[in-house]
Unconditional design. Sequence first.
Lengths: 262, 585
Amino acid sequence: MKRLEAIFQRELLSYFKSATGWVLMAIFFGLSSFYFSINLLARGFFMAGEMQFMQSLFVMFIPILTMKIFTEERRNGTEVLLYTSPASVWEIVMGKYLAACTMFLLMTSSIWLHMLIGYLMGGMIHPADWSTFIAFYLTAMAYIAIGTFFSAIAENQVVAAVVSVVVFFLFILMDTFAQMVGSFITTFLGAIDFANVIKSQGAIDAGAAVEKAISWLTPSNRVAVYTEGVFSILPFVFLLSYAFLFLFFTTRAIEKRRWTQK
Amino acid sequence: MLFKFENIIKSAADKESASLDNTTQTESVVDQDIAETAEAADAAAETPVTAEPESEIEDKPESEERKRSGRKAARKARGREVDKRNKRLGRFSTVTIIIVVAIVLVLNLVLEGVGQEWKWDWTANKSFTLDKASLELLNGLEDDVEIVILTTEDAFPGYLQRVSKVSLTFIPDLLNQYKLNSGGRLTIRYADIVRDPDLVKEIDPSGLQSLAEGNLVVKNKSNNRLKVVPAGSLVKYEFNQQYMQTIPVAYQAEAQISGAIKYVSTTDIPVVYFVSGHNETPVDEQYSLLNSLLVNNNFDVKNLNTSTGQPIPDDATVLVLFNPQYDISSDEVHSYKEYLDRGGSLFVTTEPNIQTFVNLNSLLLDVFNLQITGDRVREENQDWRLPRYNSNTGRAEYNDPYVFLATLERSSIYNDQIENALYMTGPSRSIIAGNNARDWITTETVIVTSPRGTLELDGDKERISDEGRQPIVMVSENVGRVDNKSVTKGARAVISGNDSWLTDSTLGLSPNIINTGTFYYAASWLGRSESTDTQMYIQTKPLVSYSINYSNTSVLNLVASLSALVIPLALLIIGLVVRSRRKRL
């Protein structure tokens, strides 16, 4: 645990010892405040909307936050030192991951500040705002885990960031992709069914099932209920599973790097 | 947890390695031999030769050769060993990844199956949870009721999304709550009438209803009575002057669906007539929420102009006059009297104005012993006054004695203690009991001021009455009688000296406002449906407000520029300073 703590502290401080952390905070603050200010000047106070807006920008923030997690070690030549340290791979990965999550939490300080300002000006903080924040942060945790994984497998920061951006964009397009695959399956089953074994409704159902299954994997779809003010266990477990899986993949990727050291 | 998991993985890895070691023992022995040979070769190559100098010259190249080939063999052997180990660990890694992904997937799929109910509605007015009224309605169902959704289960969420400006993803869940709480009386069915148009005939054999895709049809299976709930009506919209467009103001899915269930389960439906002809405030301008409330709770709502001499229809249960500006005519007094004698009910709201309502007052005095006075009600206790925002100071002020909180007294219309107060956002007249007390007439005060209420007598600000609880709304019941002249049935009246407490602008102030409920109980009492509906009504659930009541523009500008420009710029400058310092290191 102490080793994890040491890695966590070192990693968190590294965000503030370089310009990355400050610039990220500045951009996050600027964009969220832009949304907040426009609403405020129109006498509106819509925190759930602000968080949803910022969530749509994860595709930009998270890759910048996570791209350096492992690639920086590789660039500086400290990767071997880290891997040969007494800390286990899980401790290394969790230390770095938790530092990125904490950094993200600090970035969201603008949201808390806006809540306070709005409240002091007579606005109402609705329960849906709290559940939206949970959804917002859980999604960020899952995305940070994905970014961490790509940072572990990529050779440099740019590649890690670009791959993360592409994957996050795919998440955005997942529903469209799901529809395309669903209709492809329906058409395909219809085309190959020369003997008319499959009923047309069966082909449609199969396509719909595939579409549903792909959509099911999209993190943002799962937390939609949170933004309405409903707290559900299923999306909570789902997003934590996402984070766990990608952290597990990260440990495997690092282990692989260790073996391949000849 | 993760570290425990890591330990499990590690021990599994050790076992895997052990088993792999056993199966590849022969290979290892061979590898070991190669390695030993190579090491021996290295050692031999490095051993110094001291004897037979003649042969040294001949042996030297041979020994170098052996040395080189020995090292090569050793490197190859080590490489092969590493490759094998890597392959082994690679296989192990792939297997563990597959196992972990499978476990996580199965866990999530199992939760999808069993954990659908593990959710909590955090919204202020429990928008996505069935109210007590709906639960009681479902509990009391005697007939089997079916809700038919006229589309497929997969297409339904998408359809709701298309017809609504707000998210309605909770509707399938809400329908499921109806099913679960009905004790098996209510069923849900999806019917795709686009693919199978014959279903329309099956659902509505009479063909009287217009069934369209995406609508919900609530049907009593015993008597085939049905009501259509259009998907578009699950949310209430209103035109907003500020944004110049219709905006969603309330969820009314539960109100609509429960109302429909109530409708198909009951046979006796009271009819409310909104009276016009005396410059009453139009219902769609100020009373649309009340209108929805009545419709959703199975009152039939109709309009009637009594000033044209039109007789009051036989099916009328309640006549409602919302803030008439003129008195009723003497002819109308006769028709109203006839209507009341046959058991009708009357609901009147007024506000302070120059009108004295001579004819209306004579009717009220005769039948109900009530009087609308010309006295304006004041609230002297500042704690009970409602705030008015001063745009100059940006602060709330409590100096308007005509807008205040009032209390609901226990009466025939609602006999429980209520802690909350009613919002009276406009001026009020005083309503009093007259001097026509009869054994068959009972009058009760329903809404009153605090003990520090006063009256401006005849609206004169200089003539103020003593302090006391001033009645604003009174009810009266004439139980009917048989005398030498005629036979009368019981009649009921609710007379309100304030109109503002029922307007849309007041009812939209807070989701917890009790004004709506008070009106509902009054309407139920007047419609004589209180025996089945006492203490419960299904109301629309207003969407939450996302606005702030802060009018000081300069402060708003300052806050906006501070948060959107100054703070981000400061953070950016810190970042640049950190960067330049690091460069100098």
